[in-house]
Design a protein around this ligand. Structure first.
Ligand SMILES: Nc1ncnc2c1ncn2[C@@H]1O[C@H](COP(=O)(O)OP(=O)(O)OP(=O)(O)O)[C@@H](O)[C@H]1O
Ligand SMILES: [Mg+2]
Length: 426
């Protein structure tokens, strides 16, 4: 019998909660998606929890649907952390090589990374989630990618430390406790999305992943295969919707529909006389509005977001300089005209980034707004059996890798009882 592993990725976003269940069958190269769900997210703002029970209810809904769809229980669960509290900091760690003959062993590298983690100068209210090795120095030799097997006395590791605020982690911890999920690992959203969308070649050449979410936009820059910069801005697609609501004096729900059905970030592509009949969105509305005017509102906000992205590129000296360009992902990247606007403002080749193709019910996740959830299942696979995976995630100890309580899957009634705590069932 081939061995199977089931990975669950839970992306708790500001506007949607997504859950993807994917199965790895030993001997098969790609993962098979067995379940993929997206439900509205309640109780989140800018990636932080403002109403734990509302978020718990959304997470419970997404996870239970994904489990029912796939009919399996996960043995590794990854949960994304998003929001503007995310930080990224370069840090050094130095150790003495332990073997008397000076040969560097795996344990030395692990110790050097642990040293990085302990040395990082953080305010006490911050928590480290990823320690991503950048390069090593062994005595006088610099820029070593893998020092194992080399000989020396003093090993210095340079790494990026990525994390978030303790408050945010506590908020997420409360939600997951309420839902009865013990995650095997947390990954910050920009790194999970990068795992799903970017190829190694793009990372080598130089690329910026721009994840335009609901209330945040993250920028993750890679060059020569390494992370160069990561930051999260407090603006996203929901700001576009708010602007439309204010500009047209309509509700947020109507504004969102106007954006989804008629929106574009390029007013020049819309005839000046084109009208949107609002009664087609909501029968209580009687007015028509100019589609050109809507496009102008969208353009103004999307321009602002992309100018802020460009400032991040400038901060690390990569403005207009990344050969693999800008890859736009997240729900906001689906807005027509965004790619063209990005090309003009960032002066980079730009395109929409989709998650790498997997097997199974692929069409369900073949959309930029599933990048983070797909990235989590890919990171889950990378992490199995290793202490630290490619994204520098420390997996929790084996005992903590239990994801969904067994009883949840073993009894339909119990699932219903459990869900009743969160959802209006029947
Ligand atoms: N087809 C579409 N056209 C335009 N905008 C879209 C489309 N689909 C989704 N969006 C927008 O994408 C945004 C949500 O993106 P996404 O689902 O990636 O965010 P999130 O993960 O919930 O939020 P965050 O990452 O900020 O916490 C919303 O503002 C939504 O209006
Ligand atoms: Mg998101």
């Amino acid at each position: 019998m081939p061995k199977t592993e089931n990975y669950l990725g839970i992306d708790i976003g500001s506007t949607r909660v997504r859950a993807v269940m994917a199965q790895e069958i030993s001997g098969e190269e790609s993962l098979r998606v067995l379940g993929a769900v997206s439900v509205p997210s309640e109780g989140m703002r800018r990636g932080s929890v403002i109403d734990a029970s509302a978020v718990s209810s959304s997470v419970a809904k997404a996870v239970s649907h994904a489990e029912r769809m796939s009919g399996v229980s996960a043995n590794v669960v990854g949960v994304s952390i998003s929001g503007t509290d995310i930080f990224c900091q370069k840090t050094l760690g130095v150790i003495a090589v332990s073997r008397p003959d000076g040969e560097v062993a795996e344990e030395d590298v692990e110790r050097a990374m642990a040293e990085v983690e302990s040395r990082v100068m953080l305010p006490s209210n911050r928590e480290v989630l990823h320690v991503i090795p950048k390069s090593y120095r062994l005595d006088d030799q610099k820029d070593i990618k893998d020092p194992v097997g080399m000989r020396g006395v003093r090993l210095e590791a340079e790494a990026f430390v990525v994390g978030t605020s303790m408050n945010q982690m506590k908020g997420f911890g409360r939600i997951l406790d309420q839902v009865g999920i013990r995650p095997s690992f947390h990954a910050v959203e920009p790194l999970a999305a990068a795992e799903a969308v970017l190829s190694q070649k793009q990372k080598e050449l130089g690329v910026a992943l721009v994840n335009i979410g609901g209330s945040t936009t993250s920028i993750t820059i890679y060059e020569e295969g390494e992370l160069v910069h990561l930051s999260v801005l407090p603006v996203g697609g929901a700001h576009v919707t708010n602007d439309i609501a204010l500009g047209l004096r309509v509700s947020i729900d109507i504004a969102e529909q106007v954006k989804l059905q008629y929106g574009t970030a390029l007013p020049d592509t819309v005839g000046k006389r084109e009208e949107i009949d609002l009664s087609r969105i909501d029968s209580r509305e009687t007015e028509s509005v100019s589609r050109h005017h809507v496009a102008e509102i969208i353009e103004a906000r999307m321009e602002e977001i992309l100018v802020l992205v460009n400032l991040e590129l400038a901060k690390c000296g990569r403005e207009g300089l990344l050969p693999s360009g800008a890859v736009l992902t997240g729900g906001g990247a689906l807005l027509p005209g965004t790619v063209e606007l990005a090309k003009n403002i960032l002066r980079l080749p730009s395109h929409v980034g989709y998650p790498k193709p997997l097997g199974g019910i692929l069409d369900q996740v073949d959309s930029p707004d599933f990048s983070t959830a797909v990235g989590l299942v890919l990171l889950a696979r990378e992490g199995v059996g290793s202490h630290r995976n490619v994204a520098g995630i420390g997996f929790l100890a084996d005992g903590a890798q239990k994801a969904i309580p067994d009883w949840m899957l073993s009894s339909g009634k119990k699932i219903k009882d459990w869900l009743r705590k969160f959802l209006p069932l029947d």
